[in-house]
Design a protein around this ligand. Sequence first.
Ligand code: PEP
Ligand code: MN
Length: 344
Amino acid sequence: MLVVMQATASAVDIERVCTAISDMGYQPLPMPGAQRTTVGLIGNDRRVDGSHIEALPGVAEIIYVSSPFKQVSREWREANTQVTIAPGVTFGGSDVPVIAGPCSVESEAQIMAAAQLVRAAGAVALRGGAFKPRSSPYSFQGLGKDGLVLLQRAKAETGLAIVTEAMDDEGAHWVAEYADCIQIGARNMQNYSLLKTVGKLRKPILLKRGMAATVQELLLSAEYILAEGNDQVILCERGVRTWDPSSRNMFDLSAIPAVQKLSHLPIIADPSHGTGVRDRVRPMARAAVAAGADGLIIEVHPDPNKALSDGAQSLFPQQFSALMQELVPIANAIGRRMPTLAAR
Ligand code: PEP
Ligand code: MN
């Protein structure tokens, strides 16, 4: 439930509404706006009776939020939320920032080469897992904390923002210290304890859609993060399980406009995991920008044939720079812009 205050409502009026919500056993969340304040009621999972609040002085109207996700919904907040992970790197506005880099951080030479090449091609953020959630326990598990140090070095060298995954509560604190944005992977989309942990951290979060998750489940997972006070959440479509062995996943482009209708949070696309096949990444990246994605995350490796993870879907450097050129007119055609980092 949302209590919209009149533009002329006083601080005392707002306080009275907050007290009334607390007395009902819920949590009030005052949200001052340019014209007027709105007070959200959180903690309810079904409709509550707000008629006595509607009668309080200074209250303009009550809006009942019908979706099961509350703070994430467009009913709760009409305007797009913009998430800035570093100066000049904003998701949810007219820019379409590209996060690019290898699946995993493998060595200093590899991540430095990757950072230089994606930056030269026009990416504004560097991806690379230090903590890797691998399907097999015998696969490369990432360099752990050493990988975070290397990412930090790559940032110092190139100015790229850093996006990297956290797999557990302890890792989330480490990642928060070194990265600009904490990635929660598909396998952890419903790890509610991790979602609550990152909700308490004051860092932007990249929340990827689970392998078999519905759009509603994705939004409910985001709600966990917002419910803890962190509204800096970027959603990510990365494909869902398919019966068809010709593709690693089924890249659900239609989830992009679907999420944008239901939620004010930005949604980006990951055509790399979405397809799992290098040659499909470029066409699907172009399609995602045309569909209105608020950004892209793409796997690129200096030498994909030697990659320790996801080599088959990693672009060669030259393919990535060609793609970045192709995206400019597509973004411009729908009134958006491919941002670049200031020269350094
Ligand atoms: C990744 O980004 O490398 C990754 C493991 O992605 P996902 O969680 O979408 O599988
Ligand atoms: Mn990967």
